[in-house]
Write a protein that binds this ligand. Structure first.
Ligand code: SF4
Ligand SMILES: [Zn+2]
Length: 325
């Protein structure tokens, strides 16, 4: 059913992103389109599909046209996200995809287009439809290279092998891959969560032009929220994010590493003690644009007592959490 809500994007905003093709930060413009939403809907931490609605394909085009009205006048990166998979034709039909490509092509200032999708929807034909800008990037929410964690704790419904096959198709087409990794899925300890993203980054680096570290936050009406309410889950410490970003960037210097600290400093989001959260969040956001680790490394010198608490947590992690010691 067409309603006024269906004719406007869920949100759109302007930011800056590192643009690896020119090794500098440029404007990025994000448009979130409301579609029928992700058809999988089973990931334990995800409530994005609640933004879905019974929209028509014409609604989707209207949303994009409205969203693009406020796009930048100068060169920019365009991110068109749905709360699901852009390449799932139940959300965006082939005709709509092609029309979106035509709309994007008309905007000469768009240097790069980024869309998100699950790997099973990726094929040459769909990539071909979108290969109309200088740079096309497909973002895949792998979350972790560990099949056990992804299937048992996240319930993602695809394997690392599926991701690799899709990423190869993307890279062979000349487009690039952005891989999302999830810091601290449910049921794993803080220390193991850090180790998992560092290890995963090493395994996806050769497929990815960008690794985006998603710091897990507690979204409404999700299994993760139930765990959190019962006290079985704490979102990651921001110190863990700092540690992971540093190690991932140091070990994979050619890959763009970024992390959008959604909900940082709040109880449902990644947080520390409350006193040092803002400084750390700002430093991470700045790193996203510069890729210069020095400011992130200087965070170790912050005189905040919670760093000792976090250290102690990691130190005793195996005794407190594991069952084999
Ligand atoms: S994380 Fe992605 S695949 Fe999983 S339910 Fe959410 S939108 Fe769907
Ligand atoms: Zn602190």
């Amino acid at each position: 059913m067409t309603t006024p809500k269906n004719k406007a994007p869920v949100a759109s905003w302007l930011d800056y992103d590192f643009f690896p093709e020119e090794q500098k930060a440029i404007k990025s413009f994000t448009v979130i389109l409301r579609t029928v939403g992700c058809q999988w809907r089973k990931c334990t931490m995800c409530g994005y599909w609640h933004e879905s609605a019974d929209v028509t394909q014409a609604d989707i085009l209207t949303q994009l046209e409205r969203g693009l009205r406020t796009s930048p006048e100068e060169d920019f990166i365009l991110k068109i996200f749905t709360s699901g998979s852009f390449l799932d034709e139940r959300e965006i039909s082939r005709e709509t995809r092609k029309e979106i490509a035509r709309m994007v092509k008309k905007k000469e200032k768009i240097k790069k287009l980024i869309v998100e999708t699950r790997p099973e929807f990726i094929n040459d034909e769909k990539i071909g439809d979108l290969n109309i800008v200088e740079h096309l990037e497909l973002a895949i929410g792998l979350e972790t290279a560990d099949d056990f964690i992804r299937s048992k704790y996240i319930n993602k419904g695809f394997s690392f092998e599926d991701y690799k096959t899709a990423a190869e198709v993307v890279n062979e087409s000349g487009a690039t891959v952005k891989t999302y990794l999830l810091l601290k899925p449910p049921f794993i300890s803080e220390k193991r969560a850090i180790e998992d993203v560092i290890k995963s980054a090493a395994l996806v680096a050769s497929y990815s032009s960008t690794i985006s570290l998603n710091l897990c936050n507690v979204q409404k009406y999700t299994p993760l929220e139930d765990l959190w309410k019962k006290g079985y889950y704490r979102p990651p410490w921001l110190w863990s994010a700092v540690e992971a970003i540093k190690e991932i960037k140091r070990r994979n210097a050619n890959v763009v590493v970024m992390s959008d600290p959604v909900g940082a400093g709040h109880i449902r989001g990644p947080h520390n003690c409350g006193r040092c959260d803002t400084e750390i969040t700002d430093t991470i956001k700045n790193f996203n644009r510069t890729q210069d680790l020095s400011a992130v490394e200087r965070l170790e010198g912050i005189n905040c007592e919670c760093r000792e608490v976090w250290h102690a947590l990691l130190k005793f992690d195996d005794f407190l959490f594991g069952s084999n010691v």
